[in-house]
Ligand binder design. Structure first.
Ligand code: GEK
Ligand code: PPY
Length: 247
């Protein structure tokens, strides 16, 4: 089992040409460290997922963790809810992520009904479910594919079901956006990233992670069928929304 986790040093040395960011073996090996040092509020959001599930899930309902990476959201739910509370399908398109997620979830919560699937969340067949988690995943889909996915997820949700959508966001006001991004870079520096690492990662994420405004998210959720959505968390340019399917 390869459950070692390393410090993120992906962008420490100068690169002639910065390649597009991808969820390959190198990223997988340092992913827990990378996401913890790069996403403000990541741990707090994970902690809240279990509380949201406890409040909104019918006993035994199905849950999806879409773009699960190493399964942190699934683990958070399993850590906070009993084995028979839910069944869960975790999905990721990166074979390296799926391999590690399977190992981790089998080792950490063998009694919970959790399966890990390698696949594209845009084309998956969804079973009726009570909760769908998109924790920093929608931002990696081509913008033109986002609404169709949300509409399919709305259709799969049972009445009273919830979608939790966490995303990096942009502020429509240029000055406010610049302030958030500058303080986000301060956050990264405070977490040990150098100027070079910050700037090379920024280049690698261009046209790969394409953030929307909160306004665009709420409008898209409404078009996808969600009659109500709200932003329950924001920390600089990172936010989490919850959208409700009418009961
Ligand atoms: N079309 C797709 N289908 C399936 N997976 C995809 C697709 N596109 C991208 N991914 C996957 O979405 C994940 C995004 S990371 C999620 C963190 C996790 N949720 C966490 O709570 O730790 C966010 C981040 O690294 O900022 C990656 O594992 C991709 O392979
Ligand atoms: O590091 C960044 O700039 C981010 O936006 C967060 C992030 C975290 C992990 C993978 C990709 C992006």
């Amino acid at each position: 089992m390869s459950d070692a986790s390393y410090r993120d040093a992906i962008f420490t040395t100068p690169l002639d040409k910065v390649a597009r960011f991808s969820f390959d073996e190198r990223v997988v090996a340092c992913f827990p460290d990378m996401i913890r040092r790069s996403v403000p509020g990541y741990g707090q959001i994970l902690g809240m997922l279990g509380l949201i599930a406890a409040r909104h899930l019918r006993h035994g309902a199905h849950v999806y963790d879409l773009g699960c990476s190493l399964g942190a959201a699934s683990l958070a739910l399993a850590g906070q809810l009993p084995e028979d509370a839910f069944r869960l399908t975790a999905v990721d398109i990166s074979p390296a992520m799926v391999g590690r997620a399977r190992e981790t979830l089998a080792a950490e919560c063998p009694q919970h009904a959790i399966e890990v699937i390698e696949g594209d969340i845009r084309t998956l067949d969804y079973v009726p479910s009570g909760m769908v988690i998109l924790n920093f995943t929608l931002q990696f889909l081509p913008p033109e594919d986002r609404e169709a996915l949300l509409a399919r997820l709305h259709a799969a949700l049972e009445p009273g079901g919830v979608l939790v959508l966490s995303e990096k966001v942009v502020d429509p006001d240029e000055r406010d956006n610049a302030w958030r991004v500058e303080r986000y870079h301060d956050f990264k520096r405070a977490n040990g990233y150098s100027e070079l690492e910050i700037s090379q990662k920024r280049t690698a994420l261009e046209n790969v992670l394409v953030p929307d405004t909160l306004e665009a998210h709420h409008a898209r959720l409404a078009r996808a069928g969600f009659t109500r959505s709200l932003t329950w968390f924001q920390y600089l340019n990172f936010a989490s929304l919850i959208a409700f399917k009418e009961a």
